[in-house]
Design a protein around this ligand. Structure first.
Ligand SMILES: Cc1cc2nc3c(=O)[nH]c(=O)nc-3n(C[C@H](O)[C@H](O)[C@H](O)COP(=O)(O)OP(=O)(O)OC[C@H]3O[C@@H](n4cnc5c(N)ncnc54)[C@H](O)[C@@H]3O)c2cc1C
Length: 496
C-alpha cells in the first residue's frame, strides 16, 4: 500500500499518460458479519480541515498474518512440478488446489504472510457459490445507485466486503494442508526449456518446474503479448475512514453515486466530470466508519489521480462528511480490457496476469476464485500420477482450459462494453446505467459476474436498447459502431 496522500494544488482536469504498471424491502444488517470494531480515538491532533481529508496521515498498520508455512529447505533439490509466482488470491487459490493431488508445488512471493493491501468487495452470491460466505466481514442486503439528484436505483442483490485476512488464511490453510512449499523472494527471470522452466530469484536461488504459473498481478512482465495492450484504466482513491457522521443507509452499500451537485461551485471540476465522470462507491460499516472511494470506471488515457482526489474532496465537503481519521487508504489502478496474453505460451497465468479482470468493471477476485480450481484440474490431469503431459501439450491444455473459445468470444463482448463506456460522457453514462439496472436481473447480474453466454449477451444488448431513453439510443447508434466493428473483427480472428 502506498502512502499516496499528497496536498492538492489547483484542481484542474488532466489526463495523464498511460501509467507504468511496474501498480463495486427494508432488511437488517447481518449480525454475524459485522466488521471488527476500530477503536475510536480521541483524535484532537488528527482533525482535518472540514471536508478535506487529504491532509490526514493514513494509519495503514498492516500486521503480518500469523501462520505456520512449510518453507522451502535450501538444502533440498530445487525441483517442483509447479511453481506459482505470487501469493495473492489467484496464486494461493491455485497452489492449494493443484497440490491436493500430490503434485509438488512451490509458491514464491516477496512476503507470503503480508496482508493483502486491497479492499475487496464482491456480490455475495459470487462467493456463496464457492462456499466462501464465511469470508465476508460485512454484508449489505441491498446496493443502491444514484443516477442523478432525482433518481436512485435499489438493487436487490446482497453485496459484501471480503475479509482479506480470513480469505488469505483460508487459502493458506489449503496450501499448508496439501504440502505447498513457500519461498520468500521475488522472481527476476524465467528461462523456458522444452519440458521445464527455471526461475531465478532475487536472493540468488533457482528453482525448476514442469510448469510455472504467473500469479504476480497485472504488473507482470513475464507474460507475452502479440497485440497492442490498449487497456482502459480504472483509477480510484479509497479511504477507510472514521467520520463524524455520514448520510448513508447502513443497510445498503452505495455501488455508484453519479450525482454532481457537489460541483456547483467548482466549474473546472464540473467541466471535467461532465466529460470524464467519476462516481462515489461507499461501504458504510456503522454511523462513523465508512469505506469511501471516488472512482473513474474506465478511462484511456487514465484520468489523473490528482483529479480523482480533488473531486472526492469536493464531494465529501458537499455531503458534510467530516473525516476524523484515515485508517487505510488505497490507490486503485486496474488495467481493463486489452488483449489476452498469447495462447498458449510456456508460462501459464491466473488472476490479473491472465486476462481475468472484468473488462467493463475491474472486478477480478470472484472470477479468479472460480477459475483457479478449473485450471488446477487441467494441471492435475497433465502432471498427476502419470506425469506424462509436459511441454507444449501441457501449455496448450492449460491455456485452452482457462480460456476455451466460447469464453474468449464472450470476453470480446465485455471488451466491447468497456469500449462503449469509454465513449460516454456523464449524461451518457447515467442513461446507460439507468437502462442497465432496469434489465431483468438475470442479465445485469450475469453481466457483472461475467457468466453470460454469447447468446445471452446478444439478448442483453437488445433488451438494453429496448430499455434505453431516446438520447441513450442516439448514443448507442452514434458511438457504438466503431467498437462494434472492432468487436466483430476480434470475434472473427478469435474463432479462426
Ligand atoms: C486497490 C484495488 C482494489 C481492488 N478491489 C477489487 C474489488 O473490490 N473486487 C474485485 O473483484 N477486484 C478488485 N481489484 C482487482 C483485483 O481483484 C486485484 O488486483 C487482485 O488483487 C488480483 O489478484 P492477483 O492474485 O491476480 O494479484 P495480486 O493480488 O496483485 O497478487 C500478486 C502477488 O504477487 C507478488 N509478486 C509480484 N511480482 C512478483 C515477482 N516478481 N515474484 C514473486 N512474487 C511477485 C505480489 O507481491 C503479490 O503478493 C482491486 C484492485 C486494486 C488494485
Amino acid at each position: 500500500m502506498e502512502a499516496l496522500i499528497t496536498p492538492l494544488s489547483s484542481p484542474s482536469l488532466s489526463i495523464s499518460q498511460t501509467p507504468n504498471l511496474s501498480s463495486f424491502s427494508p432488511l437488517t444488517i447481518h449480525p454475524i458479519f459485522s466488521p471488527k470494531p476500530y477503536k475510536k480515538r480521541n483524535c484532537s491532533t488528527q482533525i482535518s480541515k472540514f471536508g478535506n481529508f487529504l491532509d490526514l496521515i493514513p494509519e495503514n498498520k498492516s500486521t503480518p498474518i500469523k501462520f505456520d508455512l512449510n518453507w522451502v529447505n535450501p538444502s533440498h533439490k530445487h525441483r517442483y512440478d509447479v511453481i506459482v509466482i505470487g501469493a495473492g488470491p489467484a496464486g494461493l487459490c491455485l497452489a492449494g488446489r493443484v497440490a491436493q493431488q500430490e503434485i509438488r508445488v512451490c509458491v514464491v512471493d516477496p512476503d507470503p504472510l503480508s496482508m493483502w493491501p486491497n479492499n475487496y468487495g464482491s456480490w455475495v452470491d459470487e462467493l456463496s457459490s464457492l462456499n466462501l460466505d464465511s469470508c465476508f466481514d460485512k454484508i449489505w442486503p441491498m446496493a443502491c445507485v444514484h443516477i442523478d439528484d432525482h433518481k436512485t436505483k435499489y438493487l436487490d442483490r446482497p453485496y459484501g466486503r471480503i475479509d482479506r485476512k480470513i480469505l488469505k488464511k483460508k487459502l493458506l490453510g489449503g496450501c499448508v494442508s496439501n504440502g505447498v512449499r513457500f519461498h520468500k523472494a521475488k522472481v527476476w527471470k524465467i528461462d523456458h526449456q522444452e519440458f521445464e522452466s527455471l526461475i531465478v530469484c532475487d536472493d540468488g536461488n533457482e528453482f525448476k518446474a514442469s510448469l510455472v504459473v504467473d500469479a504476480s498481478g497485472f504488473a507482470s512482465s513475464f507474460m507475452e503479448y502479440d497485440k497492442p495492450r490498449n487497456y482502459g484504466y480504472q483509477i480510484a482513491h479509497g479511504i477507510l475512514a472514521e467520520v463524524e457522521e455520514h448520510p448513508f443507509d447502513l443497510d445498503k452499500m452505495l455501488l455508484m453515486d453519479w450525482r454532481d451537485s457537489h460541483m456547483g461551485n467548482e466549474p473546472s471540476l464540473r467541466v471535467g466530470n461532465s466529460r470524464f465522470p467519476t462516481f462515489l462507491y461507499a461501504m458504510p460499516f456503522d454511523s462513523n466508519l465508512v469505506f469511501l472511494e471516488e472512482t473513474s470506471l474506465v478511462s484511456r488515457p487514465v484520468l489523473s489521480y490528482k483529479e480523482v482526489k480533488s473531486r472526492m474532496v469536493a464531494r465529501l465537503r458537499h455531503m458534510g462528511i467530516k473525516v476524523n481519521r484515515v485508517i487505510e487508504n488505497e490507490k486503485c489502478l486496474i488495467p481493463m480490457g486489452g488483449p489476452l496474453p498469447v495462447i498458449p505460451q510456456p508460462i501459464m497465468g491466473i488472476g490479473g496476469t491472465a486476462g481475468l479482470v472484468h473488462p467493463s468493471t475491474g472486478y477480478t477476485v470472484a472470477k479468479t476464485l472460480t477459475l483457479a480450481p478449473v485450471l488446477a484440474e487441467t494441471i492435475i490431469e497433465c502432471l498427476g500420477s502419470t506425469r506424462m503431459i509436459r511441454g507444449q501439450p501441457l501449455y496448450h491444455r492449460a491455456w485452452n482450459g482457462l480460456w476455451p473459445l466460447e469464453q474468449r468470444l464472450t470476453r470480446e463482448f465485455y471488451r466491447f462494453g468497456m469500449e462503449t463506456l469509454l465513449k460516454l460522457d456523464l449524461d451518457g453514462t447515467r442513461n446507460f446505467f439507468d437502462a442497465f439496472f432496469d434489465l431483468d436481473p438475470k442479465y445485469w447480474h450475469g453481466f457483472l459476474s461475467s457468466r453470460l453466454s454469447l447468446m445471452e449477451l446478444a439478448m442483453l444488448s437488445l433488451s438494453l436498447f429496448g430499455h434505453s431513453s431516446s438520447s441513450s439510443r442516439l448514443d448507442i447508434v452514434t458511438k457504438c459502431p466503431v467498437p462494434l466493428v472492432k468487436m466483430m473483427g476480434n470475434l472473427v480472428v478469435e474463432s479462426i
